[in-house]
Design a protein around this ligand. Sequence first.
Ligand code: AMP
Length: 410
Amino acid sequence: MKIKPVRGTHDFFGQQVLKYRTIQDLISHYSAIYNFEEIITPIFESTELFKKPLGENSDVVLKEMYTFKDKNEDLLTLRPEYTTPMIRSAISNNLLEKLPKKLYGIGPMFRRERPQKGRYRQFNQINFEILGTHDISADIDLIILANNFLKNLLPQKKINLFINSLGDKNTLSNFRVSLGNYFKQNKEKLTEESQSKIVSNPIRILDSKDPTDIEINLNAPKISDFYSNEAKEKFSNIQTILKDMSVDFSIDMNLVRGLDYYCHTVFEFKTLDLGSQDTLIGGGRYDGLTKLLGGPDIPGVGWAGGIERLIMLMDDIKPLQKTIHLIIINESFKEYGLKVANQLRQKNINIHFDYKYNLKKSLSNANQLGARYAIIIGEEEVKKNLCTLKDLNKNVQEKKTIENIIKDLS
Ligand code: AMP
């Protein structure tokens, strides 16, 4: 029986694992510099955690959540995003007494989307969140953190930052009504998918990647016409500071983000190298969310980045340390060989043993794997308590004590 991976899932191996670890290390580095604490939450949560905050009419809730009933009829969902579980955890564990709280997390998310390049049903995200401040410095800090992280990870790639403001709650509700009316007037020209959103969630039509929808969106009402003075000022200050800090960005009035909880600043980092699934990092402000989840009435801002898309853009990574090939030329010297390998490994020397007990086969293996050195153990080595260290590049070899080999290789 040959069992295939589940549609929309994938395995990480070889280079992908090296790249995943590199991303993890870089994120640990940035979290330390920017003072974020890691939080690790369960992969499944109560369904109600996601339903209301993400929006009853959002694509994620309507179509994409992996929801199931536990044996005792509890409704559970595999987390489709990390912001709400992180806030839930901060509330459950009383982590919100001293504010602001800066949290980050890395792990798998689950959405039942149509799989394609850069879009999976299980994928990994990095999330950074700052809870408890209205200060636009937090928005700026998070944008700069993402910008620096991407520049460091993908120095050779052109990545564009787009920003927008969704204003406050009044902005959004007035905008929604006006947009709904505009789309009703142009209903026939929209795609079927967008038509179905006119009443339930017209803002999501602005997200459409379909050319016919994009055409209609060009003349749609603009959210900037509905900003309060405060929202206008906030957005303008953010732009001034980003410019002062030499961060390149463009304003995208149609940038609304997929989930219902956003307000004020929203932003996305995009690449031209990945086709339609081009957003690497997306985020924004979600001032009412913590209260909605039963916590204190505090604001929040954060971002999420997709690890699979970053891996697709990374150059191959050379393994840090070349292995040393252990060659035991006859099985009767096995015990001595294993002891030598153990001593070297305890000194953090990377030993590869292929269990072949055949000089010719092992040497050819070592060459294929690109090993620089081999340690050869035969009768004489065992008798004299030595090992032969062979430099495979220079094709020279010498018998040495283990202590001297450790010195040479360290
Ligand atoms: P979102 O939570 O939808 O704002 O997504 C944040 C980031 O996660 C995106 O910019 C992508 O990089 C990544 N992402 C979202 N959905 C998927 C998916 N289905 N497969 C792979 N990456 C994803």
